[in-house]
Design a protein around this ligand. Structure first.
Ligand code: UDP
Length: 243
């Protein structure tokens, strides 16, 4: 039984990273295809604006609260979420589980060369890990058919899709029936981080719920994106009060 909180119309799992890891292990041992999404405040704001996007997020089998804004918002609904589960952290755990369970992985997304660099880093850490294929995230329709056919042939157990939100969720929704994987997970810019092209905030900022602040200092052009955090908090507050 899932324990979810409906935040602005999207059902988010009230899980810790450990709960989420256990769920992914079950997914890998099962038969069906499971979708993992990792919404933060920005993604939930997009879902409010675009109901079809909310519907896609609600089709997820595991929807983790990737952001301090989501954790704060859950309190307005009187169902406080246990902790923030960063998509990046869950992805790292899933890679480790795949390694131990000898499951195969496909990496899709990022600029030319990023998936290869990320694969190299993962292989350095997990010697012998089965990364069966990869492709960058900039492709046209013809190339997309080739990618899908490749994934069908390679039959990876886990497909990480790093096209950024909402593109990756829409892509996953459109192609999930063609991909015979146990897990398809949207991972945003995580391949850039694994490849070492983008740095995550130091742990202090992460633990204090200030990762957004660190990213703002590093990339001041994110200012208008960061403003969406208080906007989301206010929207969630009113949504919770009017239920
Ligand atoms: N990306 C891609 N194809 C696209 C658009 C984006 O592969 O058509 C990749 C981009 O290279 C980056 C990631 O998607 O690696 C988006 O990262 P961002 O940090 O913006 O996503 P977030 O984690 O905020 O969703």
């Amino acid at each position: 039984m899932r324990n979810t909180v409906d935040i602005v119309g999207v059902k988010v799992d009230n899980v810790t990273i450990i709960d989420a890891v256990i769920r992914t292990e079950d997914f890998l041992d099962g038969e069906s295809t499971n979708l993992i999404f990792t919404p933060n405040s920005e993604i939930l704001l997009d879902a409010v604006k675009e109901p079809s996007f909310a519907k896609i997020l609600n089709s997820g089998d595991l929807v983790v609260p990737d952001g301090i804004g989501v954790v704060i918002a859950s309190k307005f609904y009187n169902v406080p979420i246990k902790e923030r589960v960063a998509g990046y952290d869950l992805m790292r755990k899933l890679i480790e589980i795949a390694y131990h369970k000898k499951k195969s992985i496909y990496l899709l997304g990022g600029k030319e060369g990023v998936a290869e660099e990320a694969a190299e880093k993962i292989r350095e850490e997990y010697y012998g890990i089965n990364i069966v294929g990869m492709h960058n995230g900039y492709f046209g329709d013809a190339e997309e058919t080739l990618i899908i056919n490749e994934i069908k042939d390679l039959k990876p157990d886990v497909v990480f899709v790093a096209l950024g939100a909402p593109k990756q969720e829409i892509w996953i929704n459109e192609h999930k029936h063609l991909i015979p994987a146990k897990i398809i997970m949207g991972v945003g810019g995580s391949l850039d981080v694994i490849a070492g092209r983008v740095k995550r905030a130091p742990e202090f900022f992460q633990k204090a719920g200030l990762e957004w602040f660190y990213r703002l200092i590093k990339e001041p052009k994110r200012f208008f994106r960061v403003l969406r955090l208080p906007k989301f908090i206010i929207l969630a507050f009113y949504d919770a009060k009017t239920r």
